[in-house]
Design a protein around this ligand. Structure first.
Ligand code: ADP
Ligand code: FBP
Ligand code: MG
Length: 538
């Protein structure tokens, strides 16, 4: 591994477009830049007077000394040069002006990996989120809109509330529209004017006051609607599918050269969005799942050979099941999509159930909805309107198979209670911790949008909020790593078999290693070597 000293010093500059004022009193709401040329994506260099035009979806990656990599997010000035800027109104806001250093330091970036070795490269970083000294929108010139897409998740209303109140109270933005019913609402539904009064109490309700949907993403119609309505800030709240949709909208906006920012707020109860620490609503879901697990445990221990079986959400990722299991301590077996299992024979699920019933008289099983899909006799091969694979109810199937196995093959009468609380968990309001988290997400998105950043998702990375390019949150899913310590903790807490032989574990580890190397190579290929020794400014 190369030490810092042995690395030849890369020259480094990543233009900070939010660093100096160029305010002009009157400017058109829309700047129509000429359609992007085919010049390669470059780093802005204001000192030399040249203005970069970034033409395409090339990642904005810059490198610095010691293996430092910044995966930056797009900015309006990447494709609309010479935009005027304004002092951030927050500097006169009584609530915020007393803060010692309210505006984030121009050099701040957030490290993706915080466990490092003394010789390891500094690795990937993202721009730290937060208010900038100058902004690219005048308050009375902002027309914002908010849309919620995909499945429900606790906290959606809180994020909506906090965007509206944040824009209103921090930046004096008064025109905010709610888009009804997800992406298709841009062209097929009415809009709802949102004010702090309208949203005042909504965080106490589950769901989304705007409504949501799957499918219905017609990019050109959405961007036409944005243009026709004079919207210049688009706040998109949704999961991986939604962020992919937001990315396409951003690209079309950039292609048309519009002064419109697109900010994503990641939503998914499954916690399957990569890079960020966790998604909002996840904490609430884990907490609510405790009630179902508790009920399953009470039912199971009250009868002879009682089995409490709880199905939880988690289409591709078993985070809710894993954390709910770890938190509860009443669970004997947790089944997730990432960890294949089998039913019959030595080391199989049936054998384990029988052993636990003999030892303890009862047991509790928690299963993520995406687990064991491969065991089902035939797959549905159907998709929802967004293209997500529709799952069969594996919980129902497995509980029936467990009953049949013990009755018919083992001649043991079991008493199994199947509990499916999935939609009940998803539909509740967010808990206190998620509420605070939602506020931070909303504020980060607002600060980024006002500062002219676009094409980004917000979220905490190792505890510090950052602006993350869409690409990074849509390229893969966050999954439970079954060779990590957390899954080992779970196995040790439930005492369940791992269902894996050593060969399989080695194969999984190899796959993970290859993926990591591939990711490093991609960063290597795309990086822009910059041109001075300064750290990027905000
Ligand atoms: N690859 C994609 N490109 C454009 N839009 C997409 C894409 N994938 C999903 N969408 C849109 O995003 C919205 C939400 O996606 P969905 O997968 O249902 O939920 P989530 O965002 O929670 O993952 C839908 O309107 C869907 O049409
Ligand atoms: O809302 P639907 O269409 O019934 O879909 C249910 C799915 O939505 C989820 O709750 C969340 O998925 P998204 O985050 O992709 O919306 C999954 O856990 C679940 O499989
Ligand atoms: Mg999704």
């Amino acid at each position: 591994m190369a030490s810092t000293a042995s690395i030849s010093r890369p020259r480094f500059r990543c233009f900070d477009p939010t660093n100096s004022y160029t305010a002009t009193p009157d400017h058109p709401r829309y700047f129509s830049a000429s359609p992007p040329t085919s010049s390669p994506s470059t780093v802005n260099d204001r000192s030399s007077g040249s203005m970069a035009i970034s033409d395409n979806s090339e990642p904005k990656i810059a490198t610095g000394p010691g293996g430092y990599v910044l995966e930056d997010v797009p900015h309006l000035v990447d494709y609309i040069p010479d935009l005027p800027t304004y002092p951030n109104p927050l500097q006169d806001n009584p609530s915020y002006s007393v803060v010692k250093q309210y505006f984030v330091n121009a050099d701040d970036t957030v490290a993706q990996k915080i466990v490092v070795h003394k010789d390891s490269p500094r690795g990937t970083h993202f721009r730290r989120s937060g208010p900038r000294q100058k902004v690219y929108f005048e308050s009375n010139d902002v027309d914002a809109c908010i849309v919620t897409c995909g499945g429900l998740c606790p906290g959606l209303n809180t994020v909506i509330r906090e965007i509206v109140c944040g824009l209103y109270h921090m930046y004096g933005v008064k025109r905010i529209l709610g888009i009804e019913g997800g992406y298709r609402g841009f062209y097929a539904r009415n809009t709802i004017p949102l004010t702090p009064k309208v949203v005042n109490d909504i965080h106490k309700r589950g769901g989304t006051i705007l409504g949501t949907s799957r499918g219905g993403h017609v990019t050109s119609k959405i961007v036409d609607s944005i243009q026709d309505r004079g919207i210049n800030q688009v706040y998109v709240i949704g999961g991986d599918g939604t962020q992919k949709g937001a990315s396409v909208i951003f690209e079309e906006i950039r292609r048309r050269g519009l002064k419109v920012v697109v900010a994503g707020i990641p939503k998914t109860i499954d916690n399957d969005i990569p890079v960020i620490d966790r998604s909002f609503g996840f904490d609430t879901a884990v907490e609510e799942a405790q009630r179902a697990i508790n009920a399953a445990h009470v039912e199971a221990e009250s009868v002879e050979n009682g089995i409490g079986f709880v199905k939880l959400m988690g289409r591709y990722s078993g985070f809710i099941a894993m954390y709910a299991t770890l938190a509860s301590r009443d669970v004997d077996c947790c089944l997730i999509p990432e960890s294949p299992f089998y039913l019959e024979g030595p080391g199989g699920l049936y054998e384990y159930i029988e052993r636990r019933l003999k030892e303890n008289g009862h047991l509790v099983i928690v299963m993520a909805e995406g687990a064991g899909q491969e065991l089902l006799p035939e797959s549905m091969n159907q998709q929802d309107a967004s293209g997500n694979k529709l799952l069969q109810d594996v919980g129902l199937w497995l509980s029936q198979n467990i009953r049949d196995h013990f009755l018919k093959q083992r001649n043991i009468t079991i008493n199994l209670k199947y509990i499916d609380p999935t939609y009940m968990i998803r539909a509740i309001p967010s808990n206190a911790s998620d509420n605070v988290y939602c506020t931070l997400l909303a504020h980060s998105a607002i600060h980024g949008a006002m500062a002219g950043y676009t094409g980004f998702t917000v979220g905490p990375v190792n505890g510090r909020h950052a602006y993350i390019p869409f690409r990074r949150v849509t390229e893969k899913q966050n999954k439970v790593v079954i060779t990590d310590r957390m899954w080992a903790r779970l196995l040790s807490s439930t005492n369940q078999p791992s269902f894996l032989d050593l060969k399989k574990v080695e194969a999984i580890k190899k796959e993970e290693k290859e993926e990591e190397t591939k990711a490093q190579l991609i960063v290597g290929e795309n990086h822009t070597e910059a041109t001075s020794a300064s750290i990027p400014k905000k």
